[in-house]
Design a protein around this ligand. Structure first.
Ligand SMILES: Cc1cc2nc3c(=O)[nH]c(=O)nc-3n(C[C@H](O)[C@H](O)[C@H](O)COP(=O)(O)OP(=O)(O)OC[C@H]3O[C@@H](n4cnc5c(N)ncnc54)[C@H](O)[C@@H]3O)c2cc1C
Ligand code: FES
Length: 296
């Protein structure tokens, strides 16, 4: 049977996840680039403020916006800043193709379009009294950074907070300055590893899953947030299962291809669900059967 768009199968499917998005889900709002910081050779963090005078939308950790480079196109990009801060929005973008490259090249003062926020969020409220274990691979630290910042702000309500980060090389680790502060923060257990060391690197070498066995958390009272390349998430999910975390407590961010972000185009369909509506954040228990199935 041919895939049908959600609008054909679900008359309520045009409902969207947030009030900001509900106002005009397909119409981008103009935002101005306030600042642009280079993170790695191919990745930049952009700070965006509304150019129409209205406040920036509030967002939940894990949600994404559709960023529009005028004349080039639109791409889903996670919000990477502090969800508790009023004001400009941060997005961390890797230049991989035409749209992401145009966004990365946008100098301060440039206008971009923005729709959103869209999608589900990391279940921080359910983490009260538990150990939060965040495992990020490469650029995956960007979508989970808002959850980390929110967890740090609520640290007293958590039993523990662990951040395990992996990168291909030291030069590919995001937020280098902030990472130094996180390493000294007594509220956080930080583990950092790289696949391949460079001169001057004295830290851990190996894939991020090698940090999971000795990480300080109680699996019976832990909730895990995992984001990175799909192969990394598969191995990480298995390592967390091996430690004893329940599949319902392992949450992943699925970056399926998206176009409309409002359940109209069917582009992000996997199995019976749509990543732009039920995702990007979903539990392993919810997606298990389809996790790892390649996009058609
Ligand atoms: C919910 C969500 C959140 C995202 N958050 C971020 C983010 O915070 N920062 C960021 O840099 N990117 C993020 N992405 C990926 C980003 O949307 C794509 O890199 C972008 O759409 C590529 O568009 P392009 O025109 O630049 O390149 P294209 O020409 O469309 O693609 C260039 C290459 O990247 C691959 N690619 C495209 N989209 C994806 C994807 N979703 N996953 C893996 N490979 C892809 C293509 O197969 C191709 O090989 C996110 C994607 C989703 C769905
Ligand atoms: S249905 Fe269009 S991106 Fe999800």
């Amino acid at each position: 049977m041919a895939n049908r768009s959600p609008a054909e199968t679900d008359p309520t499917a045009s409902a969207v996840a947030s009030p900001g998005a509900a106002r005009a889900p397909m119409t981008p709002r103009p935002f101005r680039v306030l600042a642009r910081r280079q993170e790695t050779a191919d990745t930049w963090t952009l700070t965006l403020e509304p150019a129409d005078g209205a406040p920036a939308p509030r967002f939940e950790p894990g949600q994404f916006n559709m960023l529009y480079a005028f004349g080039v196109g639109e791409a889903p990009i996670s919000i990477s800043g502090d969800p508790d801060a009023d004001g400009p929005l941060e997005h961390t973008v890797r230049a991989v193709g035409p749209v992401s490259t145009a966004i990365c090249r946008a100098e301060p003062g440039t206008e971009l379009g923005l729709r959103g926020p869209f999608g589900s969020s990391w279940p921080l409220a359910a983490a009260a009294g538990r150990h939060v274990v965040i495992v990020a691979g490469g650029l995956g630290l960007a979508p989970v950074r808002p959850a980390l910042l929110a967890a740090l702000a609520r640290r007293e309500s958590l039993a523990g907070l662990v951040l395990l980060c992996g990168g291909r090389s030291p030069g590919e680790l995001l937020y280098a300055d902030q990472m130094v502060g996180w390493g000294q923060d007594p509220r956080l257990e930080l583990g950092v590893t790289v696949d391949a060391a460079e001169r001057g690197w004295s830290g851990h070498v190996g894939v991020v899953t090698t940090l999971i066995g000795a990480a300080p958390f109680d699996p019976a009272r832990a909730v895990a947030f995992v984001v990175g390349p799909e192969v990394m998430m598969r191995f990480t999910a298995q390592a967390l299962l091996d430690r004893g975390i329940d599949p319902a407590d392992i949450h992943l961010s699925l970056e399926r291809n998206m176009k409309c972000a409002v359940t109209q185009c069917g582009r992000c369909q996997f199995g019976p669900t749509f990543a732009c509506r039920e995702g990007p954040v979903m539990s392993l228990a919810a997606i298990g059967r389809f996790f790892g199935v390649r996009e058609l």
